[in-house]
Design a protein around this ligand. Structure first.
Ligand code: KG4
Ligand code: ZN
Length: 352
């Protein structure tokens, strides 16, 4: 069973071929990140235009790398939500057209659910990938943290899952990106904050942790608290414009603010993961999404949980087609209904 996965929900145009839900045959990602850097965040129109330009070469490359012709592909899987409307449309319309033209079954994939499936990839002959020796076991707790999502999901089995909680406002990666912007650190903010924080004192400033229902999260109050703190540190009030903060703060102040913010953001996720672990006793805990790259998050989770947390290869943590293809394989292998290629619609606010 070989599935072509297509992912275009944000700024990555990605396609991959996966065999039997476990073997990565190819993984091609073209990011339009460079085009968004000067705006300090993803510009939806630019992302969509870039998808149109590169999607066909990306799919072609994924087939070539996997040594596959269309005759070898059993089905196509495509992300239909959640994500940016214009971006999702390009992937879904391309997948629908290919499914009709090549007479292949089409599977519509939930992007957040797919993130967990990067962890099921255990084999590849592609160079440079570090994959786990065995797939995660059910019940499986998935902590999905990225620029677009912060979700805690409990999978009892394939397709039997429950959303335990999620952010009520900003995603955690989004908070990293916005705080970095305030401090004048380059986009994407996650790696920039992490780098600045190494030289800072994470206990220098007290920042508030949102008190939310059991597994729910909120990062927008923390972001505002950082803004107020930064304004105060350079001797100004609430009306001081945030674009002037970078030039008004010293390098040491920025490092301390970055470290203090990162501590609270990481603690929030670790606390929730620990509470869920204690309540549901999962056999595996996996982390997915771009924020999974954060070393402090990894270190604290390791300390908090009694079993090793599983991370996909960094290339599979961020958005990619392989996770979409992997979930598509399980849908096909387990007889889930295929989508109608004449009518599959995008659902930008799709929930789990
Ligand atoms: O999964 P991803 O590539 O795209 C989305 O689906 O959003 O995640 C990107 C997010 C960005 O917000 C970025 O700042 C964050 O992941 N990120 C990090 C780190 N590396 C990337 N956040 C914290 N620490 C990092 N080391
Ligand atoms: Zn994602």
């Amino acid at each position: 069973m070989k599935i072509l996965g297509i992912e275009t929900s944000c700024d990555e145009t990605a396609a991959a071929v996966v065999k039997n839900g476990e073997k990565l045959l190819s993984n091609v990602v073209a990011s339009s990140m460079d085009l968004h850097v000067k705006y300090g965040g993803v510009v939806p129109e630019i992302a969509a235009r870039s998808h149109i330009e590169v999607i066909l070469p990306v799919i072609q490359q994924a087939l070539e790398d996997a040594d596959c012709g269309w005759k070898d592909i059993d089905a196509i899987a495509v992300t239909y939500g959640p994500g940016l409307g214009g971006s999702l449309l390009i992937g879904v319309m391309t997948a629908r057209t290919l499914a009709i033209a090549r007479k292949k079954p089409l599977y519509g994939i939930n992007h957040v659910e797919a993130h967990a499936y990067a962890n099921f990839l255990t084999k590849t002959s592609l160079p440079g990938y570090q994959l786990p020796p065995s797939p995660p076991k059910f019940p499986l707790l998935a902590v999905i943290v990225s620029g677009g999502h912060s979700q805690l999901v409990l999978f009892q089995d394939h397709f039997k899952y429950k959303l335990l909680g999620q952010t009520h406002d900003d995603a955690v990666g989004e908070a990293f990106d916005k705080v970095a912007k305030m401090l004048g650190l380059p986009y994407p903010g996650g790696p920039s904050i992490a780098k600045a924080a190494v030289k800072g004192d994470s206990n220098r400033y007290e920042l508030p942790k949102a008190r939310m229902e059991k597994y729910d999260m909120s990062f927008s109050g923390l972001k505002t608290a950082v803004l107020r703190l930064a304004q105060k540190q350079c001797g100004h009030g609430h009306d001081f414009p945030s674009h002037k903060l970078p030039e008004s703060l010293s390098k040491a102040q920025k490092a301390d603010i970055a470290a203090s913010f990162q501590r609270v953001a990481v603690e929030t996720i670790v606390d929730k993961a620990k509470t869920a672990f204690d309540e549901f006793a999962p056999k595996s805990v996996i982390i997915a999404g771009g924020v999974a790259a954060n070393r402090e998050l990894r270190r604290h989770l390791k300390e908090a949980l009694p079993l090793p947390v599983e991370y996909p290869d960094l290339n599979l943590c961020t958005d990619n087609g392989a996770m979409v293809a992997a979930l598509g394989c399980f849908m096909a292998m387990k007889g889930r209904p295929a989508a109608d290629p004449y009518s599959l619609e995008i659902v930008p606010n799709l929930s789990m």
